[in-house]
Design a protein around this ligand. Structure first.
Ligand SMILES: N[C@@H](CCC(=O)N[C@@H](CS)C(=O)NCC(=O)O)C(=O)O
Length: 252
């Protein structure tokens, strides 16, 4: 017997938002099991994975352990929803998706953690505002442990941030070069996985109000200032516009 799929997430993770957005857009019903970093292993390891997002389909087939695999699953369920039919456009979309996953995802994440954790901010509010049950109740206990683990695990320090800044900048420059001709979407004149992936992975740098999880979090003034600055540049405006126009749409 098959049950509805389970999406295992770190609730505020931008890779998880990428997968969540694709499932939402396809109108695929799922249950989200949300964790804070570290505790997420309780959800992933027993399903044969490690990182989040992980999608357990509930039909006995192996779990999908990567956001790109989850988008491919969505595309199989709804052909044409996220990837163009034209082979060269399709290749371009996949190349951009790969670039955003490999470069924008890790480096944007490190910049935001650096801004938040280096200024001594606690992760307690974000944990409290994005989880339920025991994790929420334990937010004050979990926050310092998770903060230390993230800092060490992702090399969140001044040198790390200095290495990440030009990597994010290079991706933005590539996107802004594409947008320079006034186009509304990155490839082929329509919304694709390239737009979705860029907007989701850039979202921690602009905090779009349509983001279903992070828009619930009270943001620190220094974080708000950084978002305001990024929202002024073309790449930031583009991510905000894609969220505004496309995040709520369900293509059933
Ligand atoms: N390439 C992966 C990257 C996912 C990723 O880095 N996930 C992070 C959250 S932002 C994670 O789960 N880290 C904890 C771990 O790897 O154990 C994907 O696209 O799904």
């Amino acid at each position: 017997m098959s049950s509805r799929p389970t999406l295992v997430t770190i609730s505020f993770s931008h890779y998880c938002e990428k997968a969540r957005w694709a499932l939402d857009r396809a109108g695929i019903a799922y249950r989200e099991e949300a964790y804070v970093p570290g505790v997420h292993l309780l959800g992933t390891v027993r399903r044969g994975g490690r990182s989040t997002p992980l999608l357990e389909l509930g039909d006995g087939t192996p779990s999908l352990k990567d956001s790109t695999d989850i988008l491919a699953y969505v595309e199989r369920a709804k052909p044409g929803l996220l990837y163009p039919e034209d082979p060269s456009e399709r290749r371009e979309v996949s190349e951009l998706e790969e670039l955003f996953d490999a470069e924008l995802g890790p480096h944007a994440r490190r910049l935001v953690y650096h801004l938040l954790l280096d200024s001594g901010s606690s992760m307690a509010p974000v944990i409290r505002q994005t989880t339920q049950g025991a994790q929420r109740a334990l937010a004050p206990v979990l926050a310092p442990i998770v903060g230390r683990m993230v800092k060490r695990g992702l090399k969140v320090d001044a040198e790390g941030a200095a290495r990440s800044r030009p990597r994010v900048e290079a991706v933005c420059a590539r996107v802004e070069a594409l947008l320079a001709d006034g186009r509304g979407f990155l490839v082929g004149g329509r919304f694709t996985a390239a737009d979705l992936t860029f907007a989701a992975l850039y979202s921690p740098l602009v905090s779009p109000p349509e983001h279903p999880v992070t828009s619930r979090v009270d943001e620190a003034p220094s974080y708000r200032a950084m978002c305001a600055e990024n929202r002024r540049r073309p790449a930031g405006q583009f991510a905000m516009a894609i969220y505004e126009r496309e995040r709520a749409r369900v293509i059933a």
